[in-house]
Design a binder for this molecule. Structure first.
Ligand code: PEP
Ligand code: MN
Length: 337
């Protein structure tokens, strides 16, 4: 249920509703909006009676939320969520670009990538320190050393750092260094990790599982919000289909569908989505045209030498060209970059 407060409801009236929800043994989630505050309720087993709240002072309405995902749904919050990551925005009108190597490999590699992507307009630096590799014999990432290099690159460039959290045991360490914590596709339904991320005060970039439906994706995000962290962005990174010519099938259908169902920002990852360097720009352009709020793109100073995902990483000049094209597309649909 969603309790919608009147536009000028006082803090005391809002607090009284929150207290009443707690007294019923349920969890209140105050959702500030441009016009009024709404309070989402979770934890109830069956439907709640609107009469419990509608007669309270300052309450405009109490509405049943029809979707199984509640806090992430547009029914609960009509306006887009805009994440403010130390001044770098994700969501809202502008399109944000996150770029950088698949894995952090060395100081030289990371700084070259960071300066390159910054020069051409990225505002976030991506780079994995803990890598979810299919084979245990492949490069697994530099761990804390990689996180330290990401922090160094942030210092040098001002870019905000996005990096993957894989093991809940590494959470405190990742929170210390990262600006945005990425949940990898393989971890999308690691519910205990999602719950722990609910207690974190940093934004989360949740990637869609390779076999997850849009509903399962939204339910995974719901875990994070229901656990107390409302700063979540969703990332479409391709799903597994019968097609073998491409690494995954980038499900661009998901972009407008998600944008209609949820207020959370939607990011497209064309690199993992298609997995082929020469086709990444086409899918990046298509992602923006489809309405994505952001792109996350793998860029490496020397893709041939990358320790992971070199075959889908753009060199810096390719990224530069792509950014020019994407700016035109964003402009054509009224979105600044
Ligand atoms: C990555 O971003 O490098 C990554 C491993 O992505 P995904 O979890 O989408 O496979
Ligand atoms: Mn990768």
């Amino acid at each position: 249920m969603l309790v919608v407060m009147k536009p000028h409801a006082s803090q005391a009236e809002i607090d009284a509703v929150i207290e009443k929800i707690r007294a019923l043994g349920l969890s209140p989630h105050a959702i500030p909006g441009a016009q009024r505050v709404a309070i989402g309720i979770t934890g109830n087993k069956g439907a709640l009676e609107a009469e419990l709240f509608v007669s309270m002072p300052g309450v405009a309405d109490a509405i049943r939320v029809s979707q199984p995902f509640k806090l992430v749904s547009r029914e609960v919050k009509e306006e887009d969520t805009v994440l403010d990551v130390g001044g770098a925005k994700l969501g809202g009108k502008a399109v944000a670009v996150m770029a950088g190597p698949c894995s952090v490999e060395s100081k030289e590699q990371l700084l070259e990538a960071a300066y390159g992507v910054k020069l051409h307009g990225a505002t976030f630096l991506r780079g994995g320190a803990f890598k979810p590799r299919t084979s245990p014999y492949e490069f697994q990432g530099l761990g804390e050393e990689g996180l330290k290099l990401l922090a160094l690159a942030r210092e040098a460039t001002g870019l905000k750092v996005v990096t993957e959290i894989m093991d809940p045991d590494d959470l405190a360490m990742c929170v210390e260094y990262a600006d945005v914590l990425q949940v990898g596709a393989r971890s999308m339904q690691n519910f205990s990790l999602l719950r722990k991320l609910g207690a974190v005060k940093k934004p989360i970039l949740l990637k869609r599982g390779p076999s997850a439906t849009i509903k399962e994706f939204l339910m995974a995000a719901e875990y994070i919000l229901a656990s107390g962290n409302y700063q979540v962005a969703l990332c479409e990174r391709g799903i597994r289909t019968f097609e073998t010519m491409t690494r995954n099938t980038l499900d661009l259908n998901a972009v407008p569908v998600l944008k209609a169902l949820t207020h959370l920002p939607v990011v497209v990852d064309p690199s993992h989505g298609i997995g082929l360097r020469k086709h990444v720009p086409a899918m990046a352009r298509a992602g923006v045209a489809a309405g994505a709020d952001g792109l996350i793109i793998e860029v490496h100073p020397c893709p041939e030498k990358a320790l992971s995902d070199g075959h889908q990483s753009l060199a810096i000049p390719e990224f530069a060209e792509l950014m020019q094209q994407v700016r035109v597309i964003a402009g054509a649909i009224g979105r600044p970059m």
